[in-house]
Write a protein that binds this ligand. Structure first.
Ligand code: SF4
Ligand code: SF4
Length: 452
């Protein structure tokens, strides 16, 4: 358990429930090396929207020298939580811990405007609950199929009413028919000799909009000698509320997920969404103050593996076939919560390179966030838009004919800006590409998109 941080002075707007730790703040030597890799600083261009600026603000808030005003809060809201600064910082400043401590304080002590409160309540009461979201898919499907969507987008009706709702609408993928019902089995036997028994996390958004990724992940694991256990009662991993400072909602979800997996007797708990994996590995920290769950959370987190991390470590046993009759250039898009949050970058690339004929391309600014960042693209649409445009331009400039993306949020964001640019290149999860390669599926390809 972390040592309790000192109690802030009375003038501080923060309470004594884990404010940002002054010891961690003091580790920042203000060198500014992190600024160039911070996406919010690169788009907004202000010191207070950089890691260094935000650390100054945390210190001022802790000391009671800065009020928790709308302006102050806006600089924290503009942080994508991408953790690029953690990777870059030569002094090892734990900005991830600092921002994770700051956000719950803001949510507890800053009264947001009514519209913002309402929109956030909608997000936090809907998106992490597949059982609440699923009934809404029928009217959403009708909205998409009836032509109403075309009308709303052409007239920019929602933009006039609420830019945030318009962002939500724009990111919504075509509703797949299988989203209306859950189709994953609770158990999948290992093919060939069983090597491991693994539990699989299905996610909330992933489960509804990317069931095909979950299906592919389960098949790839099974084809590589894993018995796969998928508890039907599992809920959200808590990433969404945790990243936005909704600590008590996150703790409730974390406890429930631990309960769902505790009696399964699995060797590992495997996850195919980058943001979820990062939060699952943090459970020991999230539940550090809960005497009933503290040790169980640590034991749970110790078993968590990103699926690519897991497969690269245990090795593929299934035979892979080419995805096309010609050499296939593919660009892998790093998800921040894999690259910066879990330091996983080589494993997905190595797995993809095992597919015969696949040529991996590297984009400019691979480590820069695409602007998705959980629900950031809904809450901060302007910064997210600039980052989404830049990311798609960099991916296309590689000349790749497919994009591999290991996170549902990144996939939605990239697809949005591909569509806006009229591009037909498709985005697949690396597990889908491996699944195709195992099953011998050949992919239809668009023409090359850039210089090859
Ligand atoms: S966070 Fe690290 S890189 Fe950024 S200013 Fe502080 S010490 Fe320098
Ligand atoms: S988490 Fe990302 S957006 Fe936030 S300060 Fe660090 S680099 Fe900048």
């Amino acid at each position: 358990m972390d040592a309790p941080a000192p109690v802030p002075p009375a003038a501080s707007p923060f309470d004594s429930d884990h404010p940002p730790d002054p010891k961690l703040i003091d580790e920042c030597v203000h060198c500014g090396f992190c600024l160039a890799n911070c996406p919010s600083y690169r788009v907004i261009g202000k010191e207070m929207d950089s890691p260094r600026g935000r650390i100054y603000l945390m210190d001022g808030l802790n000391e009671g020298q800065i009020p928790l005003s709308e302006a102050t809060v806006s600089h924290f809201d503009s942080c994508l939580g991408c953790l690029a600064c953690v990777t870059t910082c030569p002094s090892g400043v734990k900005y991830d811990r600092l921002i994770a401590a700051t956000r719950p304080q803001i949510e507890r002590h800053y009264p947001r405007r009514a519209g913002d409160r309402l929109f956030r309540a909608l997000i936090f009461n809907l998106l992490p609950y597949p059982n609440r979201l699923r009934p809404l898919l029928v009217p959403l499907l009708a909205y998409q199929k009836s032509g109403l969507r075309r009308l709303v987008r052409r007239t920019k009706l929602l933009d006039k009413f609420s830019p945030q709702l318009a962002s939500m609408e724009a990111i919504l993928p075509d509703i797949p028919a299988d989203a209306l019902r859950s189709s994953l089995p609770a158990h999948l036997a290992a093919q060939g000799k069983q090597r491991y028994r693994v539990g699989m996390i299905t996610g909330c958004v992933q489960r509804l909009f990317f069931d095909r990724v979950n299906q592919a992940t389960a098949r790839v694991l099974s084809a590589n000698g894993c018995e796969v256990i998928i508890p039907a009662e599992q809920g959200c991993c808590a990433a969404l509320p945790e990243h936005q400072g909704q600590r008590s909602q996150a703790q409730t979800m974390a406890r429930a997920l631990i309960d769902s997996f505790e009696k399964t007797g699995v060797d590992y708990i495997v996850v195919n969404a980058a943001g979820c994996g990062h939060t699952l590995k943090e459970y020991g920290h999230i539940l550090a103050d809960d005497p009933q769950y503290r040790e169980r959370a640590k034991a749970f987190a110790a078993k968590v593996r990103d699926v690519q991390e897991f497969l690269e470590a245990v090795g593929l046993t299934a035979i892979l076939q080419p995805l096309a009759d010609v050499p296939l250039p593919v660009v892998y898009q790093d998800a921040c919560h894999l690259l910066h949050g879990q330091r996983i970058s080589l494993q997905p690339r190595r797995l993809l390179q095992r597919i015969p004929g696949l040529q991996l391309r590297e984009p400019v600014d691979a480590a820069l966030c695409c602007g998705s960042a959980g629900v950031y693209n809904l809450l901060q649409p302007e910064v997210a838009e600039e980052l989404g445009r830049q990311k798609v331009a960099n991916l296309l400039a590689t000349g790749a004919r497919l994009i591999a993306s290991p996170n549902p949020g990144c996939t939605l964001q990239i697809n949005k800006y591909l569509q806006l640019q009229g591009q037909s290149i498709s985005v697949w999860h690396p597990m889908e590409l491996l699944d195709f390669a195992i099953r011998g599926v050949r992919l239809p390809l668009p023409a090359s998109t850039g210089d090859t």
